[in-house]
Design a binder for this molecule. Structure first.
Ligand code: NAD
Length: 513
């Protein structure tokens, strides 16, 4: 564990730590393909910590081609043997947990505990995928015809393109890749331009596992590029599944292109998550849940709590208590002990936060706490105190996702109003209710309650476990990843009818003799 004594503070420290972590993972930036370069900045100081080659469309096309060729071999390997690769990969992730957490801290500014948590999530999905490799099960249904068997079988589908966002720079890839590989697919990964280093390290560990187990090369091909360079991942007919995580804007750009060629998309887009706090809520528990969900990861999780819908009878108390917790949050270098809020990813994010707060005030909102920049002495680093804003209603601003730590407070008087406010946004990712009233909890979980993909009771909106399927509805994109039966999104289903009789009866009693 990094301690205060060895907290990397200068850009030189960060560079050195990154080099060490990459070396330990056996990762070689120089091996990346590309004729141009990409500067990697650490949000901790705002300065460049590395420069990596950047691929173009021709490189991305070549990556798709080699991934397709690897798929033709990999699909015939028995699933439990594919699982053995993921088992070894999980062991390597465990061995290199600290190295990967270092890179996540450096590239995206996550506090230590959250960076380690992200790697733990990668390890957890490997465990899940290893089990899955022994049960990619299909059903058998009764046939209406004598001497016939009706069943379904699941097969690999091909190359899966994984496009990931900056805020979960490694775990989202692992969710997709561990499952896709046991399903018999291969992966081409385009990480966020903000976080290529952890991508190089994670890919190197997977390649090492593949080499040790004599698995084919190119099961996972890394393509460090921008939106333009990624075009073949979106448009190539050799990519039957695109799993893309990012903003609603990105989803709107790529979804029609994938649909136009009848590809399958797994979209994990923006959230605008809310918690309802009812009069019966355990406020001690609610305040803790709210502060972690709203301020954790500096408000840069897709599941970050962005709207608090509080009953009017407890609104003043809740606002006062959250504001007081906000004032005590330690903000600063995410490697330092005791720091709970690290930097925003860049100036653009900080400017977006400032513009949203101005608009909130123009709309009649009151900034109760936070919103100001915290000076750490690095002019290009952007640290912000999480903001708590009381709003007169659910304005257009509140209905948008601003990817920064802003929590809007709205009040309600009837439970029906609370649910209407809750569902009255375009996005549908995560939701929660704090209540001790079972009737309210059940109503929130029911069909006429929350319209989100994730619906929690007495915990916040963020921090999902890998065992469940993860994803959301409406403009969040409808995709599901990770646990439960999300694996079906990475396979194709075949319905098989086998006739073991000597007759040829037709379905529905059709006579064609
Ligand atoms: P972003 O949309 O700017 O970028 C995400 C990824 O998409 C990057 O790799 C980017 O290069 C790529 N991209 C963007 N446009 C593209 C295009 N036209 N073609 C191909 N690739 C393209 O998002 P970001 O700022 O990195 O991440 C924050 C956003 O991601 C937030 O909206 C957040 O809610 C969302 N997010 C959602 C989930 C989820 O599971 N629902 C998880 C994490 C983040």
């Amino acid at each position: 564990m990094t301690t205060l004594a060895d907290t990397p503070t200068t850009t030189g420290d960060l560079r050195e730590l990154a080099t060490r972590a990459l070396d330990r993972c056996g990762a070689d930036i120089g091996a990346l393909t590309g004729r141009t370069t990409l500067d990697v900045r650490s949000p901790i100081t705002g300065e460049v910590v590395a420069t990596v080659p950047m691929a173009d469309t021709a490189d991305a096309e070549a990556a798709v081609q080699v991934a397709h060729e690897a798929y033709l071999v990999w699909r015939a390997v028995p699933a439990p043997v594919r699982g053995a690769l993921i088992k070894r990969f999980g062991q390597l992730l465990t061995e290199h947990k600290e190295d990967l957490a270092d890179l996540i801290g450096i590239e995206v500014g996550k506090i230590r505990s959250e960076a380690l948590g992200e790697v733990q999530e990668m390890i957890d999905i490997c465990d899940f995928a290893v089990g899955l490799s022994r049960r990619l099960d299909g059903r058998t249904m009764p046939s209406e015809r004598p001497g016939h068997r009706l069943m379904e079988t699941w097969h690999p589908v091909g190359v899966v393109a994984v496009i990931s966002a900056f805020n979960f720079p490694a775990a989202v890839w692992a969710w997709n890749t561990a499952v896709a590989l046991v399903c018999g697919d291969t992966v081409v990964w385009k990480p966020s331009e903000a976080a290529p280093l952890v991508a190089v390290a994670g890919s190197a560990l997977l390649a090492r596992a593949a080499e040790e187990l004599s698995a084919p090369a190119h099961l996972n091909t890394l393509v460090v590029t921008d939106a333009d360079g990624a075009a073949p991942l979106i448009d190539s007919p050799l990519v039957p599944v695109v799993s893309a995580t990012g903003s609603e804007r990105m989803g709107a750009q790529i979804a029609p292109r994938i649909a136009a060629r009848f590809g399958r998309s797994i979209l994990e887009l923006g959230g605008n998550n809310a918690a309802v706090v009812t009069p019966s809520a355990d406020l001690d528990l609610a305040i803790r849940g709210i502060v972690f969900a709203a301020a954790g990861t500096a408000g840069q999780r897709c599941t970050t709590l962005r709207r608090l819908i509080v009953h009017e009878s407890v609104a003043d108390t809740v606002v006062e208590r959250v504001a007081s917790a906000y004032r005590n949050l330690r903000i600063g270098n995410p490697f330092a002990d005791g720091v709970l809020v690290g930097p925003l990813i860049d100036k653009k994010a900080f400017d977006g936060m400032g513009r949203a707060l101005d608009e909130a005030v123009d709309d009649g909102g009151v900034v109760v706490a936070g919103g100001e920049r915290v000076d750490t002495g690095d002019p290009e680093a952007y640290y912000a105190r999480p903001a708590l804003v009381r709003m007169p209603g659910q304005t257009e601003l509140v209905r948008r996702e601003t990817f920064a730590p802003i929590l809007y407070v709205l009040t309600y008087s009837t439970f029906a109003d609370a649910v209407a406010l809750h569902n009255g946004v375009p996005q549908g990712l995560s939701s929660s209710i704090f209540t001790r009233d079972q009737r309210e909890a059940e109503q929130f979980l029911a069909a006429e309650g929350s319209d989100c993909g994730i619906v929690n009771v007495n915990i916040g909106t963020s921090g999902a476990e890998i065992g469940g399927a993860f994803g959301g509805e409406k403009t969040t994109g409808g995709g599901r990843e990770s646990g439960s039966d999300a694996w079906r999104g990475y396979m194709r289903r075949a319905t098989n009818t086998v006739n073991y009789s000597t007759e040829l009866p037709l379905a529905q009693g059709v006579d064609f003799s």
